[in-house]
Design a protein around this ligand. Sequence first.
Ligand code: GP9
Ligand code: MN
Length: 634
Amino acid sequence: MKLSGQRHYFAKKDVDRREPLFFLLLFAVIFIKFYFLECEVSRHATRYIASAASSAGIVLCLTVAVSLFWRKARAFVALLADFGFSLLAVTDILHLRYYSDMFTFMNIGLSAQVGEIADSVIALIHPSDFLYFADIPLFIFFIYISGKFRATPFFKKTGIKRVCISMLLLIAGASAVFFRFWSYDKKVPGVLSSMWDRPAVCNNIGVLTYHLADLKNAAGHFLFREKLSDAQISEIKNFFDERANMSSYVDLSGIAKDKNLIIIQVESLQQFVIGLRINGAEVTPNLNRFIKGSEYFSRIYNQTASGNSSDAEFLVNTGLYPSATGVAYTRFAGNSYEALPKILTNKGYTSLALHGDRPGFWNRNRMYPSMGFSRFISKNDFVVDESIGMGLSDASFFRQTVKILNKTPRPFYAFLITLTSHYPYNFEGIFKDTELNTSPYEGSLMGNYLTSMKYFDDKFGIFIEELRINGLLDSSVIVLYGDHTAIPNWDRASLEKLLGRDLKNDWEWKNIQRIPLVIRIPGVPSKSGENAVPAGLIDLPETIADLMGFKFKIGFGASLLEKGKRNPVIFRNGSFITDNVFVDPSSERAIEMSDGRVLDYSEYVSFAEGVKKHLRYSDMILEHDLVPALVKED
Ligand code: GP9
Ligand code: MN
């Protein structure tokens, strides 16, 4: 039966409810799609009420915004928005299946890599994924049976009442979103700008809120950067040219030319454990022995910022400082680098990275190709026969790594990142096969940490033996360092007790923020024993280049083999250590670290300017992707 001479299937008295019903359904389907998607991100998705409210807030704002569109375009815009969200959901699913990671707008510039993997991505599509689009024909049908599609009869003109209600709904939706942003950032400071583990962020705040935070980061990254003048670029170029002419020849230069390079980045290895004994037993006996036949640098200060492990990797492979805001690995994976793996690959090396975690953690799967690694062997490629904490156990990691290295064409550069000794150091598997009497720290963070270090050391000892048996020890330069420090500020008292030393003053605490660095050069017995020159991981690329007989041009470090006056060790916040003096320009303080004497800060003002310049140049290189322009010959 026709009503009012039109083809309406709803009774006249229902006419006014059709538009609210349409938008209610639109709200519900988008919300539900992402609810189901969260089950794909994690089978144990944490359903916080605040996160669900935030997701609902985002969908509400979107639905309300669509409902305010021009009446005749409203149906089209609504369907377009729904389609867009469905596409985003399926993109996330495919990303999860391929990379074990979420889609991020930050990697949008890396589309070249997408082309290469298109075929394998298509193979990952399941027929059920099309359900994400199933509502769209239903909506079209709904509009159709509600009246003539083109005339959009149930979409009303926007009146003042609608605007007022819409404003209230927008405020309610936005408040729920802001609350979740605020509460999560308060709980895990910096997490939304760093995004070190995107699936974990989704698990905590919901996929939609994650996308909004990611979109905010991407907008900040892509839209708001000032343009550099040619003069500014030349200034940086001159800086590196001058430095290249300055560096001096050292007696070990080129001694490791054509050798394999094995770098081992050890999770949370802090310097104080080296040589440490507890209840008469060494915590790291294998490492202590290894150090005896190697160059050992005992005053390498932690230069990482909010990128933790990834910042250490970044410093060591690129010689650039960590990002001023956010994290270099997640912000600048689309840049070109003149990094160690790339340089070595160009010299005929096979460059590969190995790590027993998911490939998307810290955006490694994107960053490694950009730095020039041709292979990344991650948790997805290892046989996960033993899992501890965040992923593959170090025991299994080292065991499988030897086999992989044996099959890798020579010469190779293998970058190994361990995982088991990760904070909070209390993963069950560690205690099962590690013997260390940590009394009186048993069960505490310190006790667990020392056991984790002993666990690492046991496995490292086996690894070195395996390298020896397979003839790799004497054909490879082996570099080992801790990625960052381990004992947090809140547990300062345990460290004081363990070391029997006062660490109350800031400079004392700063002085303990060190990681060990060991370089074993085959055929070269350790000459210097312990080298206590203050330095940082940023000095590693130049040092390795020095040993292997090439120049590392675009890096801010200096070879540790060079004798004479060294650059200050620069930290991301602008503070630095020069000789034995810790200088903090933000509080205008300079302190002699051997005895805590306060020195005249004015003596260090020009130094501080130089430090600022280094950090500024490094930031400009990252923000403006300057490496290609800097390496280009004039
Ligand atoms: C994760 C591991 C730990 O893959 O490298 O990273 P962290 O939390 O130390 O930065
Ligand atoms: Mn780490």
